[in-house]
Design a protein around this ligand. Structure first.
Ligand code: SF4
Length: 629
């Protein structure tokens, strides 16, 4: 199927004089389901809409936004796979110089706060054409939120962008419903009840519903959360608003949320229902070209990293505090059928450039493929944010058999020599998945298994909603035993976060010593970034754990964060001065000998391979450099 039109000439070749919906994206156009805008464009196209894509328009003038003319229904705007501020700045707020979603890895192809800027240019160009905003930037900034880059609480992005509607989460259902209703003659201003959307209520309550009937059925009701003005000036109110909103994420029981901003209010309808397996299969069977648009002269790093990677499912029920996946993709796992994944592998194997290696089969968490709540009634009424923290819910079906069967079949397909799993795995779940564990360790590790304990000190992992050090030690033992049993020399690569709320310098020293005791050396430590919409960001800003109401220590400033990071990178000569400074601050100069000398762990440094980058890109994270040793 030809690429979605990006020029008038490409429209003409399809015989189109006008489009129904025009997407504007902060990413280059890569026609692959790992990228949200192309996926949604193909989805609407399959439902009979004429769609076009304007990718990475020069935003200083309205002209590039008029390249495809005036759409019949609306514009759909996304910053791309990442929040534009996360894409542009390091955790120390320094400007990045690369962008994996742009040809040539070039920085500067999209503006800061892309959703706001794009919408504003579109309104300059076509004042009366509705604009729908979506994607991760809009989704996670749907309520008033803390913005790390301005160090202040900002209004809902819907107020700043002056768009007509915001779609949050996975957009297939809401976007299609809005498009179909507009095609049937409804106007955007009257579309108020679509699940997965937010709008601005112009009349002040009495609610419910600002003078319109709420949708009937499950989840009916309105919950008001503290106002923008309240949370801007009162951190306890901020924590309360966060806690209340995060309890209303279950599509089967969530209420409409309302947050006043002055004399208006953000009205956030209940989340969209998840896609069924058949619907997921239909989405991934859309006729993608599986390539960047031919107009690009230079390679797009994100494509190079994703092209041999397969998405098997969406959603994550881990509920990790620093991760926005459950607020964006939801807690319920939406899996593709085995036959759908295998069909994609067979298509990949026929590509002339395919060399036989699949870099990843997974999703946000690889070993959640095919898992679900085993009690329908409990699931429909559940308000828990994690099915596995602080302990595995008795209703959760945890068998890894389906995921193990998928890996087994994938590696036996014609033309496939190797299948890696680069998506993260929850090692506390692996305990209950012996078939998957054996399959993973036996055939899909390639010498290094990447796991993300993030920390090992119990009170920090509790705030992170991760399993603690003991669970990691048990996992390490099992991994080593299984590797020895099958006669393979394999190692674990731990991913860790420094500077997370609750983590002191002393905790970091303890972590460094625990890792050293386990024979693990880390080459990469993620400095905690307070991205919009996460529980960790709420703790960072407020210094309060919204669940318990207790105060949380927040590492102060870049200097302390640098020292925390250095303690884990003790083996790198350039960190030595900082390590000694950290030990001095702790009054533990006596530890210098133990920490800075000798290393008896796994040989060599660790690699960050393309599979891990593919997984990160699928989750909208910043792609790390090509290779680190
Ligand atoms: S009842 Fe348990 S398994 Fe089911 S959704 Fe809730 S936490 Fe998850």
């Amino acid at each position: 199927m030809p690429f979605i039109p990006t020029t008038v000439e490409e429209m003409r070749r399809r015989g189109w004089a006008e489009l129904d919906v025009i997407f504007v994206s902060g990413d280059a156009y890569i026609d692959h389901p790992a990228f949200g805008v192309p996926l949604l464009a193909r989805w609407l196209e399959a439902h009979g809409f004429r769609v076009g894509i304007i990718a990475q328009p020069a935003w200083r003038s309205k002209d590039p936004f008029m390249a495809l003319g005036r759409p019949r229904l609306f514009f759909a705007v996304s910053s791309g796979a990442m929040d534009s501020m996360v894409a542009h700045y390091t955790p120390a707020r320094k400007l990045r110089h690369d962008d994996a979603y742009t040809p040539g890895n070039r920085h500067g192809a999209r503006p800061n706060r892309a959703v706001i800027i794009y919408t504003s240019r579109l309104k300059e160009a076509y004042k009366d054409v509705p604009v729908v905003i979506g994607g991760i930037e809009a989704s996670l900034r749907r309520f008033a939120h803390y913005d790390f880059w301005e160090d202040k609480v900002r209004r809902s992005i819907l107020f700043d962008a002056k768009a007509d509607l915001l779609i949050y989460g996975m957009a297939e259902r809401p976007l299609l419903e809005v498009a179909e209703r507009m095609r049937s003659g409804e106007c955007m201003a009257d579309i108020r009840d679509v699940r997965g959307t937010c709008r601005i209520g112009r009349e002040v309550p009495p609610h419910p519903a600002f003078g319109h009937p709420l949708p009937q059925g499950e989840g009916v009701g309105v919950r008001e959360i503290p106002t923008f003005e309240e949370i801007s000036t009162d951190k306890l109110k901020f924590a309360e608003a966060f806690r209340l909103a995060s309890r209303e994420q279950n599509p089967y029981s969530a209420r409409t949320l309302l947050q006043r901003h002055g004399d208006r209010a953000l009205v956030c309808n209940s989340p969209a229902f998840p896609l069924s397996e058949t619907e997921m299969d239909a989405v991934y069977a859309l006729p993608f070209e599986k390539a960047p648009h031919p107009c690009y002269q230079q390679p797009v790093p994100a494509w190079e990293q994703i092209k041999t990677s397969i998405t098997s499912h969406r959603g994550c029920f881990g509920g990790c505090a620093f991760c926005a996946i459950s607020m964006h993709q939801g807690k319920l796992i939406q899996s593709r059928s085995e036959s759908s994944v295998i069909a994609e592998i067979d298509r990949l194997a026929r590509q002339p450039w395919f060399r036989g290696s699949i870099s990843d089969i997974g999703g946000p968490t690889a070993n959640m493929y095919g898992l679900a709540c085993g009690n329908d009634e409990a699931m429909r009424n559940c308000r828990k944010e994690s099915c596995i923290f602080p302990s595995v819910c008795t209703h959760l079906e945890t068998s890894g058999k389906r995921a193990a069967d998928l890996l087994l079949k994938a590696r036996n397909r014609a033309g496939v020599k190797q299948v890696a799993v680069s998506s993260g795995v929850r090692y506390d779940l692996l305990e209950r998945q012996p078939e998957y564990f054996r399959e993973l360790v036996g055939h899909h590790v390639s010498g290094l298994l990447k796991v993300a304990p993030e920390h090992l000190v119990e009170h920090v992992t509790t705030l992170m909603r991760k399993p603690g050090g003991k669970a990691f030690e048990v996992f390490m033992r099992h991994f080593e035993d299984e590797s020895a049993r099958i006669g393979k020399r394999q190692h674990v690569v731990p991913y860790l976060i420094s500077g997370h709320p609750g983590c002191t310098l002393a905790d970091m020293l303890e972590l460094a010593l625990l890792l050293k005791g386990l024979g693990l050396k880390v080459e990469q430590v993620q400095d905690f970034t307070p991205t919009p919409g996460t529980l960790s960001t709420c703790m960072f800003y407020t210094g309060i754990d919204p669940d318990s109401g207790k105060r949380v220590y927040v590492p102060a400033g870049d200097r302390e964060k640098g020292l925390q990071k250095a303690l884990l990178l003790w083996h790198q000569p350039e960190q030595r001065t900082k390590v000694l400074e950290a030990l001095g601050k702790l009054g533990r100069e006596d530890m210098a000998g133990m920490l800075l000398t000798g290393y008896g762990g796994a040989p060599g440094g660790v690699r960050v391979d393309s599979g891990r980058r593919a997984h990160d890109i699928r989750q909208g994270k910043k792609a790390p450099p090509a290779k680190r040793r």
